[in-house]
Design a protein around this ligand. Structure first.
Ligand code: IPM
Ligand code: MG
Length: 369
């Protein structure tokens, strides 16, 4: 059995609390002999700024590059609002994504049957929902230059962000989406704003061409991103895989999270290009939720998105699909047994703490798939 090198970057706010539960689950996986882990730990976000004035240090970046996978908690909080823009907590996450080349962000939104009533949408709209948002993660307006606030010298300033996409960036994310669709329900919906944006025109053209060249067997449809947002709350079960750019993907995945009951439920995988020789991809796994500073340190956070991110690491980085299934089954059984953290409380009479939720998932995991 090979040893899997994981770098844990718990970050700020509820990050450390939910990461502690992941460590329990990983210990149970190791105990069962399914994998052996070697953990490194590092700082990212506000805590890294406090320690060394940067959102991530060079040595932690080096650990991230050397790891088989990075597990990331969350970053940010009001404490760091006054910090200069370049070293704000989020800069650590963005640097990890960019420097590791993690262009493909997979955000699965699954509505566990036990949680259909926790969503703000009607049960029939979300029950059985299983969609995958594929978000482009290293391009677009997040990284485009120029990106600045210019002083116009007449008492006015100009804020500038640049939305930019090259053909190859759209091609590779489209391929990820089509490949995933083939293993699912074989449908891809591509979202852009070609009615307003040149990047949208190119996005539409390139996705259409990749489809015609390589993926004719997959159903492709295009929706304008605003209409897609509307359809996502109107009838989300029409979707299988959604592929979209960095910014639209950010917004649409928060919407998708609420379909599942809570932002506390959504895991994600951020993957790089597969190595031509080894087939290995750089990878980072993180919950879609943020650092939730308002509830940090109170044992209220839902650890399921973070634990689900570990399951995704098993599946996408280590080829341990059965282990991933077993973790996800443990989550489903824990929910079916009625355990609820505050965010997915619904009509539940009592709620459990972060640690109780983690312990229960570990206990269910030990029972097997
Ligand atoms: C996300 C987050 C990040 C993003 C922030 C924390 C920079 O909202 O992963 O969705 O905007 O990508
Ligand atoms: Mg977001």
């Amino acid at each position: 059995m090979t040893t899997l090198k994981l770098l844990l970057l718990p970050g700020d706010g509820i990050g450390p609390e939910v990461m502690a539960e992941v460590e329990k689950v990983a210990a149970a996986v190791a105990e069962g002999g399914e994998a052996r882990f070697e953990f490194e730990r590092g700082l990212v976000g506000g805590c890294a700024y406090d320690a060394h004035g940067k959102a991530i240090s060079e040595s932690d970046m080096a650990l991230a590059k050397a790891a088989d996978a990075v597990l990331f908690g969350a970053v940010g909080g009001p404490k760091w609002d006054p910090v200069p823009y370049d070293v704000r907590p989020e800069a650590g996450l963005l640097r990890l994504r960019k420097d590791l080349g993690l262009f493909a962000n997979l955000r699965p939104a699954i509505c566990y049957p036990a949680l259909a009533d926790a969503s703000s949408l009607k049960r029939e709209v979300v029950e059985g929902l299983d969609i995958m948002i594929v978000r482009e993660l290293t391009g677009g307006v997040y990284f485009g230059e120029p990106k600045e606030i210019r002083d116009l010298g007449n008492g006015q300033k100009r804020g500038i962000d640049t939305q930019v996409y090259d053909t190859y960036e759209i091609e590779r994310i489209a391929r990820v989406a089509f490949d995933l669709a083939r293993k699912r329900r074989n449908k891809v919906t591509s979202g852009e704003k070609r009615n307003v944006m040149k990047t949208g025109v190119l996005w539409h053209e390139v996705v259409t061409a990749v489809h015609a060249r390589e993926f004719k067997d997959v159903t492709l449809e295009h929706q304008l991103a605003d209409a897609l947002a509307m359809q996502l709350v109107r009838w989300p079960k029409q979707f299988d895989v959604i592929v979209t750019d960095n910014l639209f993907g950010d917004v649409l995945s928060d919407i998708a999270a609420m379909l599942t009951g809570s932002l506390g439920m959504l895991p994600s995988a951020s993957l790089g290009e597969a190595d031509a020789v080894t087939g290995k991809r750089r990878a980072l796994y993180e919950p879609v939720h943020g650092s939730a500073p308002d509830i940090a340190g109170k044992g209220l956070a839902n650890p399921i998105a973070m634990i689900g991110s570990l399951a995704m690491a098993m599946r996408y980085s280590f080829g341990l699909g059965a282990t991933a299934d077993r973790i996800e089954a443990a989550i489903a059984r824990t929910l079916a047994a009625g355990l609820r953290t505050a965010d997915i409380r619904g009509d539940a009479r009592s709620v459990v703490s972060t640690a109780q939720m983690g312990d229960s998932i570990v206990a269910e995991y030990r029972k097997g798939a």
